[in-house]
Every structure is written in C-alpha cells, then in structure tokens.
Write a protein of this length. Structure first.
Length: 301
C-alpha cells in the first residue's frame, strides 16, 4: 500500500469553498504521487477560523463555536474527495462540539466509497487542557483499509500526543493494527521531537509502520495554529531488512508529501529474522517482581 503523509502549509482561506479547493489540490498531488492513503494533519479544521471576522478568529472558544457550522460540509467534502479520487483520506482532525459547549479533537478517516470512521484524541496537551472546553475521548478503534492489490490492512489512529503513550497503541496493535496513523500539530522543536520519538518507539514496540503528518508555516491570526514545526514521515521498526534509523521517507524543506510503498507482508516476515522481538516479548514485562520497584541501598541489593 502506498501511503502519503502531508507537511501541510497552514493558510488563511477566505471561505469554505476556498478551503475545499485547497484540499482537492493537496489530495490531487497525493494521488499523482501514487498514494492509496493520504494523511492530513491534526487541527486541520482550525484553518477554517480564518473565514471569520478578526474578533472571532483570534478567540479560540469563539472560533471553535463558529466552526461547527462547517461540520456537515466537512464530512460531505472529504467523502466526495475520497470517492472521486478512489483514495483513503485521513482528514486531520475536527474540533467537534459534543454537547454542552465541550469539544473533542476527532480524526476522521474516509474510504473510497465515501464512508468514514473516526477516533477521538484520548490524552490532552497542556494547551488543550488550558482551553477549558476540550475533553478527551474514551474509546479505542481499529479499522481496515483496502489496497489496490486487494489486500486489507488494519489501521489505527493516534492523534498527536496519543502516540507518546504505549499502552493504548499496544491495545490497537493487539487488535490487529499494523499501520498507526498520527495526524500531528506542534509549535516547538521540542514538541516535534516528542511526537517523532513517540512514533519511532511505537513502531519498535509493536513491529508496525507509523505514518505521521504535520502542520507547517505560520498563521499569526490563529491562537492555535500560530507557529508550526516538524517534518512529515513514515516510520518502521529498526530491524533486519528495514531502515536502520527507522525512517522510510520524510519531508524536508519545501517538500509537501513524504510517500512510500509499505510492504506489510515483508514487515510480517521480519519476525522470522528479527534481531529483537519487542512485539513478541512484550508480555515478558508482566511478572510479579517488576510490578513495583523497590528502593535499595548499596550493600543490600
């Protein structure tokens, strides 16, 4: 399966039609590069904040409330784009009002038939907690995508910060996920490094591929998308027959997409010749003497 992950340049669309035209252009690029699955970044819906008057776009709560008017159009847009391009599309994330003025950071994945599934972000960053109106999700999901060769691959979504937590991702991989999709948005080099390291760690632990998209550029009009940093990348376990540094492909400079064909059969075959087997040895961590660490002094260890 050929996967493309975006280094998405945040802009300031004048209206929803302008936003829709931009999405079509980006996905046309991905399709031209051979993508069967294209991944856009976290907080993609916040770019629509640019369509509002300055007082609304500069206020996160007001912007989130105003963006809800686009939700139905958002679903229709990406459903249509996926159908027209015969493409699986992860449409970043939409901050969705789930009642009582509370929002969930929801990532939608669309199939070529126009249907969709979704995964809410489970762990909130300091910024999201500080917003006071964003709440975490409460369920893990795994879904299947079909490749052009007729094969089916189980995938899971971990929205940005969620990729830094091993146990939920482990549960998704134990449910059969072999591709972890990470739409992300970070505003500092440290944040970009944390998500990247999380992606590499999850690939190592679970013997899975990881696809990370990122936001790029500056949007001074937005309280959430003001500064964006990081590189989009596709990761693999660091083992025999796979990249030694775990990086299959990544963006650099002005490059907008990182694209690679992921061979899931070959990935599975690496189990037989693996130098290490973190995925198979995972359960060996669970034995009584490591349930809790004890403090010891020199001489009585």
């Amino acid at each position: 399966m050929t996967v493309a992950v975006a280094k998405y340049a945040v802009g300031a669309p004048s209206d929803f039609d302008a936003f829709a035209a931009k999405q079509a252009h980006w996905l046309d690029e991905a399709r031209a590069l051979g993508a069967e699955l294209a991944v856009l970044p976290e907080y993609l819906s916040l770019e629509l904040g640019a369509t509002f008057e300055p007082a609304v776009r500069a206020d996160l709560r007001a912007s989130l409330a105003a963006t809800q008017r686009y939700h139905r159009d958002w679903l229709a847009l990406f459903s249509r784009l996926a159908r027209e391009r015969a493409l699986h599309v992860v449409a970043g994330s939409f901050l969705l009002d789930v009642g009582g003025g509370r929002y969930r950071n929801r990532s939608y994945a669309f199939a070529p038939d126009g249907s969709h599934v979704w995964q809410d972000k489970l762990r909130l960053t300091g910024f999201e907690k500080g917003a006071g109106v964003i709440e975490p999700g409460d369920a893990l999901k795994v879904f299947e995508v079909a490749g052009a060769d007729g094969g089916r691959v189980r995938c899971a979504l971990a929205v940005c910060y969620d990729c830094e937590f091993p146990l939920p991702v482990r549960a998704q991989c134990e449910a059969g996920a072999r591709l972890l999709i990470v739409p992300s948005c970070t505003d500092t080099a440290a944040g970009a490094t944390r998500v990247r390291v999380g992606c590499l760690a999850r690939a190592l632990e679970n013997r899975c591929f990881v696809a990370q998209s990122v936001t790029a550029g500056e949007a001074p009009w937005s309280p959430a998308l003001d500064v964006n940093t990081g590189e989009a990348a596709l990761f693999a376990p660091m083992d025999v027959g796979l990249p030694a540094d775990g990086v299959i492909a990544q963006t650099q400079g002005e490059r907008r997409w990182a694209v690679a064909r992921l061979d899931f059969a070959a990935l599975e075959a690496t189990r037989a010749q693996a130098q290490v087997a973190n995925d198979r040895d995972w359960v060996s961590q669970y034995f009584p003497s490591v349930a809790r660490a004890k403090v010891v002094g020199f001489g009585n260890a």
